[in-house]
Every structure is written in structure tokens, then in C-alpha cells.
Design a protein around this ligand. Structure first.
Ligand code: NAG
Length: 172
């Protein structure tokens, strides 16, 4: 994984709630990029990135990328020779079924190179369909009107094909 002319350090990973990762090599900068392990399709995801103990004479570049087979998206790119703490939000990709993608954090300095990739689960919104009638009780021969509404788990309108016919079952 090392790059020519760059020294690959041994990184110690601690995995705590969700996907919090900490990378550290002796006397090298320390970085944290906690992110939830499970995202909801299309929902806002927030993450913060910290780089600490940076050598003032060595500019470090941090790149946070979401990798998917079709598209790599850069979520954050920051170059600094000072410590920083920055937060950012983005929208999770829209998926139609639960999907695993990879969240990658790369930190490059003159004397260090680190790349970590974590799996994140993107949960598809399973829509729910509500069917209502215009009245609770009907007399024989009356027309029954239906209202059919489909919503996702955040109560936003969603698209879903429902059956073309509805069966009515009499109570008796
Ligand atoms: C995304 O990045 C990975 C690792 O850097 C690379 O192997 C892959 O080809 C890239 N995929 C796309 C679609 O650009």
C-alpha cells in the first residue's frame, strides 16, 4: 500500500461506537474521523475530521472519500500544517436495497502515509403504504373512495406501485 519514497507506518486502529477510527504512529500526527456505521438512504450524514499534533514544517493532506463500484465521491479534502477540526455534512447515496459502501480516509505528509477504509451500511428506505376510505361506514350501493399514500420512514412521499385492485371483505 506504500507509495514510492513514502514510508508506510504501522497504524493502530481502535474501533469504538460505530466506526470511530484513530490512527497514530509515534510522533506522527493523530487523526480521528468518526462516522456512523449505518446511514439511511438519501438522509443527511454528518462527520467531523480532526488532525492533531501536526508538525508545522510538514503540510498534511487529508482526503475523505466514499467509494462505490460506480462512483467515488470526495467528501472532504483539506491540506494543513496546523491542527484542525472540521465538520461536514453530505447526503447519503440513494439506494433501493441495503448496500455496503466504503468510507476511506487518507492522510499524506512528507514522512507519513495512511489510508483506512471502513464499511458503512446504507439502509434503503422501506416505504409504507396507507389506504384510507372516505367514510368509516357505507350503505349498500354507495361509492367508496380511497386515498392511497406511500411514505418513506421519514414520512416523505415515496413512489411505490400498489395493486390496481382492492378487495373489500364484508364484516358478515
Ligand atoms: C475508486 O477508488 C478506488 C480506490 O482508490 C479505485 O480502485 C476505483 O477504481 C475507483 N472507482 C471509480 C469508479 O473511480
Amino acid at each position: 500500500m506504500g507509495r514510492p519514497g513514502m514510508q508506510m507506518e504501522t497504524w493502530v486502529l481502535f474501533v469504538a461506537f460505530g466506526c470511530m477510527c484513530v490512527g497514530q504512529a509515534l510522533a506522527d500526527p493523530l487523526y480521528f474521523v468518526p462516522v456512523p456505521a449505518v446511514w439511511e438512504s438519501g438522509a443527511q450524514v454528518r462527520f467531523c475530521a480532526s488532525l492533531l499534533k501536526v508538525d508545522k514544517n510538514d503540510k498534511h493532506k487529508m482526503t475523505v472519500t466514499l467509494l462505490s463500484p460506480e462512483l467515488n465521491t470526495t467528501l472532504l479534502q483539506k491540506e494543513s500544517n496546523q491542527d484542525f477540526h472540521t465538520c461536514s455534512t453530505f447526503l447519503a447515496p440513494l439506494v433501493i436495497k441495503d448496500t455496503v459502501q466504503h468510507f476511506q480516509v487518507e492522510v499524506i505528509g512528507k514522512k507519513m502515509y495512511s489510508r483506512e477504509t471502513r464499511k458503512v451500511l446504507i439502509r434503503a428506505n422501506k416505504p409504507v403504504t396507507f389506504i384510507q376510505t372516505d367514510k368509516p361506514i357505507f350503505l349498500p350501493g354507495q361509492t367508496v373512495y380511497f386515498r392511497v399514500v406511500t411514505m418513506d420512514t421519514k414520512l416523505r412521499p415515496a413512489c411505490r406501485k400498489v395493486s390496481d385492485s382492492i378487495d373489500l371483505i364484508e364484516p358478515q
